[in-house]
Design a protein around this ligand. Structure first.
Ligand code: UFG
Length: 342
């Protein structure tokens, strides 16, 4: 089975490639290296003792995408990660996000439609729910107006796939709505490489702990939550990677009930920002320098998944604890610094 992973050298993509190679899939990665580096291939090779095929390809280049599929007619499934993901940047530059996240999806779907049969996994996000009225969040919770162009690209991306699936029964697709992915492969050889100042909590914590940032700012302690800080569902990236393999098997083995399905991928447990900080301190024995500041615009109070559909219908369940995920993030951070210094 040959699987195309777009954006396969990025944070989540690289962990999924490792899982696929370990399950003996043939993997071809395309990536434009806009938010990743070619060194990630070496990390994957060291972990798996084999490398995926790799092609530097920018999915915004429609002709190049078409040419790629002409040369690769034997692809059995596509896992589509290639997209931009910085919320703030998307507000500053919406067209970049619509081009990177929507045009590319359309070009990909146009090529998939030419195949007699195709399977697609789409990276979606819990951001589609906004502040859900009921917690934990089920897949039937209403999709709320997007807070940012980034969030909108995830909503529109799902709608585009749903529309195509309504008329094209040769396309089977699954959208995975990720909650908050954190951590890294236990080897510490691949992980999240934020460009510039991290926007997400866990990379900010690890960079502060290692001395790259002076202090973590906790955005708000006046939310109606257990300790006043916002609550999220943090999922270990290896659990998330495994969810993609399970979803792919569902597609390939024709276990779908309808040809477009959606699943929440989270742990089902919400943790506050302060709980994450305390768990990190416990896991590492370090004391983290932090202060409470104002809320961040666009943040919701609480979001955590009802994972029953993924558990019962897809047959997937998360295994790792928050502490294990934070330990792996810390290992990766220490390795990343050691690699920089050597
Ligand atoms: N936080 C801090 N300090 C930081 C960074 C984050 O206190 O330096 C807090 C945030 O306010 C939030 C929590 O930590 O309460 C988690 O923040 P992240 O930025 O790590 O994650 P988000 O929940 O904001 O992000 C998620 C997804 C994005 C998606 C976004 C939309 O990871 O893909 O929700 O709301 F776009």
């Amino acid at each position: 089975m040959k699987i195309l992973v777009t954006g396969g050298l990025g944070f989540i993509g690289s962990h999924v490639v490792v899982e696929l190679l370990n399950k003996s899939y043939d993997v071809i990665v395309v990536d434009n290296l806009s938010n990743s580096t070619i060194d990630v291939l070496e990390g994957i090779r060291t972990i798996c003792n084999k490398k995926p095929e790799f092609e530097k390809l920018d999915l915004r280049d429609k002709l190049a995408v078409s040419d790629f599929f002409v040369r690769n007619q034997d692809i059995n499934g596509v896992i589509h990660f290639a997209a931009s993901k910085a919320v703030g940047e998307s507000v500053e530059n919406p067209l970049l996000y619509y081009e990177n996240n929507i045009n590319t999806l359309v070009y990909l779907l146009q090529e998939l439609q030419k195949l007699p049969k195709s399977n697609l996994i789409f990276s979606s996000s819990c951001t589609v729910y906004g502040q859900a009225d009921v917690l934990p969040i089920t897949e039937s919770a209403p999709v709320k107006p997007a807070e940012s162009p980034y969030g909108n690209t995830k909503q529109v991306g799902e709608e585009i796939i749903a529309d195509v699936c309504k008329v094209d029964y040769s396309l089977n697709a699954i959208a995975l709505r990720y909650f908050n992915p954190i951590g890294s492969h236990h080897s510490g050889l691949i992980g999240e490489l934020p460009l510039g100042t991290p926007q997400n909590l866990v990379p900010y914590i690890t960079q502060t702990a290692i001395g790259q940032r002076e202090q973590l700012s906790i955005f708000g302690d006046d939310y109606p939550t257990i300790d006043g800080t916002a609550v999220r569902d943090y999922i270990h990236v290896m659990d998330l990677a495994n969810a993609h393999v399970v979803a792919l098997e569902r597609l390939i083995k024709h276990k779908m009930v309808v040809n477009f399905e959606t699943f929440n991928i989270g742990t089902g447990t919400g943790s506050s920002v302060l709980e994450v900080v305390k768990t990190f301190e416990k896991a590492t024995g370090l004391e983290l320098n932090y202060k409470i500041v104002q809320r961040r615009d666009g943040d919701v109070t609480a979001a955590y998944a009802d994972t029953s559909r993924a558990n019962n219908i897809m047959g997937w369940k998360s295994k790792f604890t928050l502490q294990e995920a934070l330990e792996s993030a810390w290992k990766w951070q220490q390795n990343a610094i050691a690699a920089k210094e050597s």
